[in-house]
Design a protein around this ligand. Sequence first.
Ligand code: IPE
Ligand code: IPE
Ligand code: MG
Length: 250
Amino acid sequence: MMNDKDKVDKKKIPKHVAVIMDGNGRWAKKKGNKRIYGHKNGVKAVRETVEAAGEMGVKYLTLYAFSTENWKRPKTEVDALMSLFISAVKNETSNLMKNNVRLKAVGDMSLLPPKVLENLNVIIDKTSQNTGLTLVLALSYSARNEITYAVKKIAEKVMKSQLSINDIDEDTISKQLYTHDLPDPELLIRTGGEIRISNFLLWQLSYTELYFTEVLWPDFSKKDFFNAITNFRQRERRFGKISEQISNEF
Ligand code: IPE
Ligand code: IPE
Ligand code: MG
């Protein structure tokens, strides 16, 4: 039987896919459970998505797991999420090694509880030599926080005369973002039915194709990921030019 990855040839596969994993709380509520039950079931969807991305030849997958604004949720939910990150990171290590996945994290790590940071650093270290998919967790991340931090670092360089104002260009800014070593995403998927960006990758998404689905994150499957990729492949990315100027390669 032909599987999903064979149906999609390697042409026009996005190199970098970013995902806003939304809808865990509503999924749990619909089932008459507490919100954390939805977060727990979201781990399975992460596993499916990582596998699907790897199989389809995506090189970078960035998952929005926790925003800086999410720190304002009730303490019980934040604490439960932090514990879940620790156990998920521990439990998934062998899977990531088996699938040759390299883990990275972006965000304001200084806000994370030391125990989360410790466990995260262990797995980042352990997977650092893997050569397959790069999985990027956006944790304690917001784009405005990221850009503010970048502006501070650039201002510091100018103050120390390491950089002249005339030399500041788009690349200077990109290089100071948490994502400095990642290409911009070609495709953004948001699950859970909301049509918004919620402070995710504002700089990097300038020309990204956006895909919104009603599917709640814990229900998100390989098939759903495949559907998003198929939809992406039908888009014409013009980058401000006109159709005739675009080669139909990518
Ligand atoms: C996304 O699901 C996960 C996080 C933000 C941590 P939500 O927790 O936002 O679930 P909904 O949107 O309330 O259903
Ligand atoms: C965005 O979801 C953040 C993550 C998925 C981690 P939210 O549920 O926090 O976003 P809003 O509040 O609906 O915009
Ligand atoms: Mg939400």
